[in-house]
Design a protein around this ligand. Sequence first.
Ligand SMILES: Cc1ncc(COP(=O)(O)O)c(C=O)c1O
Length: 365
Amino acid sequence: MNNSVKRAYNFNAGPAALPLAVLKKAQAELLDFNDTGMSIMEHSHRGNAYEIVHNRAIELLKELLSIPEGYEVLFLQGGASLQFSMVPMNFLPANKKAGYVMTGVWSEKAYAEAEKLGEVFVAATTKEGNYSQMPALKEINYDADTAYLHITSNNTIYGTQWHAFPNTAGVPLIADMSSDILSCPIDVSKFALIYAGAQKNIGPSGVTVVIIRRDFLEQAKKKGPTMLQYATFAKNNSLYNTPPTFGIYMMKLVLEWMKEEGGLLGIYKRNQEKAALIYDIIDASNGFYKGHAQLSARSLMNVTFRLADENLEKKFLEQAKQAGFVGLNGHRLVGGCRASIYNAVPYDSCQALCDYMLAFQKENS
Ligand SMILES: Cc1ncc(COP(=O)(O)O)c(C=O)c1O
């Protein structure tokens, strides 16, 4: 790659920025992976060259997330959206109900899919106030007989995030971590199942990571299509059929990059610094920029904010585009602007955005 290649300030919500070092490594290995005379994409998923990559990706996920013994790491396809159906297909029996905590559109979608397959209930919701906050942990309602409690750890559209998770005692806790997995340390042992589409913090789209506790997996319904049972993937090391080999290879490179960047703690520290840069501009703007999320619920991954009116927002976004910023449009449900600052978004891009925000405020107030 030409070292002077011009990279955009990429704030896309997903698929999102990938580390430059990872892209360069993939480019260097593209035609000839490890002296095999072919790209990793051209290798059999049953061959040794690919199998090493596959197993290393699993190992690195276990290491970086400190996944305890007794959990399986699985690679699926179908995005996080398929998990909305697979979770109830596997874990919602006819005689039980599943609780869903509604903190945004992705929780609503998860609920809607589960509702097609069994009995569900809303354990808590922050819909009032357009999902600008998270529920207090003590306000989540469910009983000991609940099949599972489902949460969305980071609400990509609204820019809100759980900063502490409920202690559910015996009730299995399931989390959609699509937009904040690997952004900060978490206690995996609190969860029966975690799922995440790769295309924000883990790699390109096409792979879904599932982390599942083995004793929970054993409770899964045994009936249903083979490809929709977690057990199929667990029994076959996610090699029952052809996995998305290139996506998993890219994931392995991203995880190696994370290790080099100081592991989860190093990444978390930088994520905090990046988010603080932008939130500080919002907070010091005397209301020129208004954050959507309540302070206690602010996300480290998606910073959502509005300007005084839609015309000013349009101008802000148009000039930002001309200045090389990509992906700053807010989701239509919140409007305004959103900067998605996942792990691979460099600190310098966040600094450049802050400089732009300051200059724009000066010119327009
Ligand atoms: C929190 C969350 N869950 C689920 C999804 C849907 O993911 P996918 O497109 O992989 O199905 C997204 C996508 O942005 C998301 O942000």
